[in-house]
Write a protein that binds this ligand. Structure first.
Ligand code: SAM
Length: 359
């Protein structure tokens, strides 16, 4: 989700169910499979291992609900947890309140925009932008300003680590039909739900709008539907090094997963570490360059919801194959409704590609 995504967006409400933690709360059957399918089974372990090597304090930007923040603080590290979303941070605070006092004391929370980050503390040994956070800053100037802002907060020689999806493995064209995931179970309520997603085609800035809806089966048999929408910008391999260099970093490693497998063009992810170049002080972040109005990432707007009750009633884990990583779910597509109604029939007016095109 991006900085303009409202707190009641469904992707915020369902975040911890979509991207469950095996370390916080009671792990549920099926979560390992869910995380493995998304390609993030090993991310928390990877960042913890890195943090144990570099030591703290750790700057985590895009901390969200604390999926990584809390395990880092449990390791004994001081963590500055930064996020622009009040809704995500509210969930982090609620989870942190259930931790031991010593863990709580090690986490400092700041609601800030990464592109204009300005913390009272500097000289971080490690800065993290975990799980697609850089992609979710879809304005290229703000993305670059984010890297510069992080560098300005880090000690010379300190490590930056982040992971983003590898664009050649993602759908670059507009989805012709929305794709539902297989049914999932919300750990807090035990309710079964289905997330249905689709994306627009890549625009000239390599941005896509990803949107859809959640259908949750409530205990009384009714279905609650709620919308989500966000933009992301795909970062291609060839961009990585120039972006990092411009912000004052030297690329140190690039892997295709969290186990350190060599990156290839077919890799699912780009898992990156870089170092602040010694003696080089990154320029302070500058305000993003004003673009023509047509260049703006359009604000997120509502998506017509459509229920998929038949999927909700399917046993969890036995639905059609699906795959998710904050964005599109891949599965066999349901046929579009025969006419009228919310959702599919509205798509051409709800998501004109012109909204994304410069001009
Ligand atoms: C995919 S979530 C990752 C959350 C968490 N690190 C995890 O691994 O589960 C990306 C996070 O980046 C945050 N984010 C997006 N744009 C941001 C910005 N401009 N400044 C700060 N945080 C931002 C979102 O609010 C969201 O919490």
């Amino acid at each position: 989700m991006n900085k303009d995504v409202p707190d009641d967006d469904a992707a915020i409400r369902y975040y911890d169910s979509d991207y469950p933690s095996l370390e916080i709360g009671e792990p549920q059957a099926g979560q390992v499979v869910q995380l493995e399918r998304m390609g993030i089974l090993g991310d928390v372990g990877f960042y913890k291992e890195l943090a144990a090597r570099t030591g703290g304090p750790v700057l985590e930007v895009g901390c969200g609900t604390g999926r990584l923040t809390i395990p880092l603080a449990r390791l004994g590290l001081e963590v500055w947890a930064v996020d622009v979303s009040a809704g995500m941070l509210a969930q982090l605070r609620a989870k942190l309140a259930r931790e031991e006092a010593s863990v709580q004391a090690r986490v400092r929370i700041a609601q800030q925009d990464a592109a204009t980050l300005d913390l009272p503390e500097r000289g971080f040994a490690l800065a993290l932008l975990p799980f697609n956070t850089l992609m979710l800053i879809p304005d290229p100037d703000e993305e670059q300003a984010t890297l510069a802002a992080l560098a300005a907060h880090m000690a010379p020689g300190a490590v930056l680590a982040f992971d983003v999806m590898n664009p050649p493995t993602l759908p670059l064209q507009a989805d012709r039909t929305p794709a539902p995931c297989e049914p999932r179970v919300a750990p807090d309520t035990g309710n079964r739900y289905v997330r249905t997603a689709m994306n627009t085609a890549l625009d000239v800035f390599q941005r896509q709008r990803v949107c859809g809806w959640y259908d949750e089966l409530l205990p009384d048999g009714t279905v609650r539907s709620s919308d989500f929408a966000f933009h992301w910008r795909m970062i291609f391999h060839a961009e990585l090094e120039p972006m990092l260099r411009k912000a004052g970093f030297a690329l140190e490693s690039l892997a295709g997963d969290f186990e350190g497998t060599d990156w290839t063009v077919q890799s699912r992810r780009m898992v990156v570490t870089a170092r602040v170049e010694r003696g080089r002080v990154a320029p302070p972040p500058h305000p993003p360059v004003a673009r023509k109005s047509g260049d703006r990432v359009p604000p997120t707007n509502a998506f017509g919801a459509r229920c998929l009750r038949h999927r909700l009633h399917a046993p969890a884990g036995q639905g059609r194959g699906s795959d998710s990583c904050l964005g599109r779910e891949t599965a066999e597509f349901p046929p579009p409704p025969s006419g009228g109604g919310l959702g599919w029939g509205h798509r051409s007016t709800a998501f004109p590609l012109a909204d994304h095109a410069p001009g």
